[in-house]
Design a protein around this ligand. Structure first.
Ligand SMILES: [Zn+2]
Length: 132
């Protein structure tokens, strides 16, 4: 179990930035994720804890970070493309169906050309402009 002190330490270390979509949030929109899930042998040590926004944490579910990263790269064209999905989830208050969302929100030319999966530096700003 992660206590509040640990939560805030992890958020602070990670610049209140979601490790997966780059959302810069707060103690309400962010959660502490186990990189390797506890059920798969992960611990509560800081090196296994990371900041994730609630849509990313919900989508990652019981997967390891490595497996979730691979799934993201398979389904989305770029970090910014994926960040638009999590922004939609935050706006809706629930996770949109991924296949339907992708059908309605194809990657832009920039997403497809650059396939940029780099994360923004903490506090460097937001992804993709509006709505995040
Ligand atoms: Zn996220």
């Amino acid at each position: 179990m992660i206590n509040d002190d640990t939560r805030h330490c992890v958020f602070q270390r990670d610049g209140y930035t979601c490790r997966f979509c780059g959302h810069v949030g707060n103690a309400v929109t962010l959660e502490v994720d186990h990189s390797v899930p506890v059920a798969q042998g992960g611990t509560d040590h800081g090196n296994n804890l990371q900041t994730a926004c609630w849509p990313c944490n919900a989508l990652k579910s019981d997967r390891k970070t490595k497996a979730f990263d691979a799934w993201l790269r398979y389904n989305f064209a770029s970090r910014a493309h994926y960040a638009r999905y999590t922004a939609a989830a935050r706006a809706n208050g629930r996770l949109p169906n991924v296949d339907r969302w992708l059908g309605n929100n194809p990657p832009s030319l920039v997403d497809r050309l650059f396939k940029d999966w780099s994360l923004p530096a903490p506090h460097a700003g937001r992804w993709g402009g509006s709505g995040l």
